[in-house]
Design a protein. Structure first.
Lengths: 465, 245
């Protein structure tokens, strides 16, 4: 391995802010000393200043405890968000890890470029997105974010900065992609943007009356559409178990846009932004209201297939529209549960889990179904197969219920997404992520004294020792 | 195209303000102490605005170098229409209250450095009979407080200097604006207890930009600090000296 020589400035130790933090799910809560460096040298001083545990945190959009470090140090990297270079010929953007997907859209969509992969919110940093190796609606075709990252610079515990790519320090590259920030702090990223002709999508809404129809629709539209996702009604049962509305599409080319949109095809219209101003009472979302809500949504899509033009925002980010949507779950917060099954087990796995949810009388307000393609990172979540994302308000019996789901998923060779997890058991995690020993070896080399750790890494007992 | 020099360009407020100017079509020269950081900030501005930004380094306390520095920036810009003073530091107030060297360092970083640089720049703008100067100060300069009077006195002096300069340059048609910052969410306020009513640097920069466009003379950012400081200034000295502010 080669180290890029770097100068460490003597920097007066910046003061931390001592505060209670949580992930986007607002469960669990943890107390930390939070640092927010504004210069590279400041981050270097923080990383190498002492031996206490440190974890980098981006925009705090991981749902559980991935960016928490209870009673320890957290480095908020959002102020390290400088864009360093962009080449329109190659579409390569080099920038600091605190740059968000939203900033990339603001700056580059008007010039005809879009992030190659985006999760369901654009308010995430690139650093966090690489650490979680996020996926989007185009995973079946374009894989996860890491596939579009040519290289990144990783700051190790010594303060040294190492360039990592598929050729340079490849083990560290693949251990950092999906590595939940535990190998070091991602400082700089080079990413290839996607050239687009418009900010719109040519798409279809496809109504699927049950899970088999939904899977059939995914398989059928797979090759035609680069982007696909389904909203799935978890409150339905029996013959309509897993009824869904698929949303599939491709970026619209200029020649397919109607006249009125073709005049300003790359417009990033500023949306009106409603906010949930306070925590809704704990019981607002219960099985009954969710059931009613889902029935109404499903009924709205009467046609079995409808061709539509979507704007980029409503296609990718239906929830970003409501800024603090996590508050609808009340003060106790909520848990996201996202799992994936290998292709051969997906149908049986989906039915098993949907029936368990239905039988439990719980209902997930927002449930999403999606087909994944191939994947590379050592701890990356996706695998070829179907993934289901659910959210449940926290109550006294929820954690127990989710463990029964874990067992179902594990039995079929599936796994649960770390960026959303707040409660999995270490033995379950070990069984679900068979490349853990390989990852631990790479982590031990890069961070021999285990300076980078988080609430998540301690809970899941991920550390090599 | 307006040619603007930003002094202390690596702060988040300066970054956001520079972007507003750049999007407006201005040509910018970004200057700060740290060559690595100012280079990054200039790259950022270039990528975001699509217009290449120039950059260079200066040290507020290296008075002898100021004349050459300003000349160099103006030459590279191909003129000079605006100067924005964004630099300043809280410094180590505890040290500054017992160690004269530390006290003078705080004064140089917040006052005398700006006096030196602005005097040179003002000469140029006055001859040119057009342009503007924005000086970003602090509400800490409105009244001396036990907790930060070294820093506060430097900012207070800076406000007086700017006020006088405004009067002088008005005759030449040069707009001089004083900004008094309240609490903005930057490293100066991060981790300080009892800090409230902070605004994001981007919002602060937007307010400064709007005030500049409307040719304001003195502006508090955020605006309600004018009210707060108005009240603070009304407290009789006998009482004020006993308050822990």
């Amino acid at each position: 391995m080669t180290a890029t020589p770097t100068r460490i400035d003597s920097f007066a130790a910046a003061k931390p802010r001592h505060a209670v933090l949580s992930g986007w799910g607002r469960f669990p809560l943890s107390e930390s000393d939070i640092y927010r460096p504004e210069k590279i040298a400041e981050l270097q001083a923080l990383v190498s200043s002492n031996g206490a545990s440190l974890i980098a945190r981006g925009a705090g959009r991981a749902y559980g405890d991935a960016a928490l470090n209870d009673q320890n140090r957290v480095a908020d990297i959002q102020r390290l968000n400088r864009m360093l270079s962009f080449d329109p010929e190659t579409a390569l953007l080099r920038c600091e890890a605190g740059v968000t997907i939203a900033e990339i859209i603001d700056v580059f969509l008007p010039r005809g470029f879009f992030p190659p992969v985006t999760p369901g919110t654009r308010f995430v940093t690139l650093g966090g997105s690489i650490a979680a190796d996020v996926h989007g609606k185009n995973h079946h075709r374009d894989s996860s974010l890491a596939s579009h990252v040519t290289n990144f610079d990783l700051m190790l515990a010594s303060g040294e900065i190492w360039r990592c790519s598929r050729e340079e320090n490849p083990d560290l590259f693949w251990a950092t992609v999906g590595g939940m920030g535990l190998t070091g702090v991602i400082v700089e990223v080079e990413i290839r943007l996607r050239p687009v002709e418009s900010a719109y999508f040519n798409g279809e809404l496809i109504r699927a009356p049950n899970i088999d129809a939904a899977i059939e629709a995914f398989e059928r539209t797979d090759s035609e559409f680069g982007y696909s996702v389904a909203w799935i009604d978890c409150a339905s049962s029996k013959s309509s178990l897993g009824r869904s509305v698929l949303n599939v599409g491709n970026f619209a080319t200029l020649d397919t846009l109607p006249q009125n949109l073709a005049q300003d095809p790359l417009s990033v219209t500023p949306p009106i932004i409603p906010t949930v101003p306070f925590d809704l009472p704990g019981g607002t979302l219960n099985a009954l209201t969710v059931k009613a809500f889902n029935a109404v949504i499903y009924a709205l899509y009467r046609d079995t297939r409808a061709r539509t033009i979507f704007d980029w925002e409503s296609f990718f980010y239906p929830l970003d529209w409501i800024r603090s949507w996590n508050r609808i779950y009340g003060k106790r917060g909520f848990v996201q549960y996202q799992c994936v099954w290998p292709l051969a087990e997906s149908r049986a796995g989906l039915i098993e889990v949907l029936e368990a949810i239905s039988a439990s009388g719980r209902a997930s307000f927002l449930a999403v179904l999606k087909k994944f393609g191939a994947q590379d990172g050592m701890l990356s979540f996706p695998m070829p197969g179907y993934t289901l994302a659910l959210d449940f308000p926290v109550n006294d019996t929820l954690l127990e219920f989710l463990e029964t789901l874990d067992a179902m998923v594990l039995k079929r060779g599936g796994r649960v997404y770390l960026a959303k997890d707040a409660r999995m058991r270490p033995e379950t995690f070990r069984a679900m992520y068979p490349n853990l020993p390989q990852w631990q070896a790479a982590k031990a080399l890069a961070d021999p004294n285990n300076r980078f750790s988080s609430s998540l890494s301690r809970r899941l007992n991920m550390d090599p020792a | 195209m307006s040619k603007i020099l930003i002094l202390g360009a690596t702060s988040p407020i300066a970054r956001a303000l520079a972007l507003r100017f750049a999007v407006d079509g201005a040509q910018l020269f970004l200057a700060a102490r740290d060559p690595n950081e100012v280079g990054r900030v200039a790259s950022d501005l270039s990528v975001r605005s699509g217009v290449p930004a120039l950059s260079g380094t200066f040290d507020a306390a290296d008075f002898a170098a100021h004349d050459a520095f300003i000349r160099d920036a103006a030459t590279k810009l191909g003129g000079l229409d605006g100067v924005v003073v964004c630099f300043g530091t809280l410094g180590d107030e505890d040290a500054a209250q017992i160690d004269p060297a530390a006290a003078l360092a705080t004064v140089h970083q917040n006052f005398t450095g700006a006096v030196s640089l602005l005097t040179i720049a003002a000469r140029h703008l006055e001859q040119q009979r057009s342009g503007f100067i924005i000086v970003i100060g602090s509400v800490a300069g409105d009244r001396g407080r036990a907790r930060n009077y070294v820093y506060g006195s430097a900012k207070g002096a800076l406000a007086l200097f700017t006020q006088g300069l405004r009067g002088r340059l008005a005759k030449a048609g040069v707009h001089v604006m004083t900004v008094k910052l309240g609490t903005v969410d930057t490293r100066m306020t991060w981790g300080r207890e009892g800090t409230m009513l902070t605004v994001a640097p981007v919002q602060a920069a937007d307010s400064i930009y709007e005030a500049w466009r409307s040719r304001a003379e003195v502006v508090y950012v955020p605006w309600f600090w004018r009210v707060i400081m108005g009240v603070v200034q009304l407290i009789p000295e006998r009482r004020f000296k006993r308050l822990t502010l």
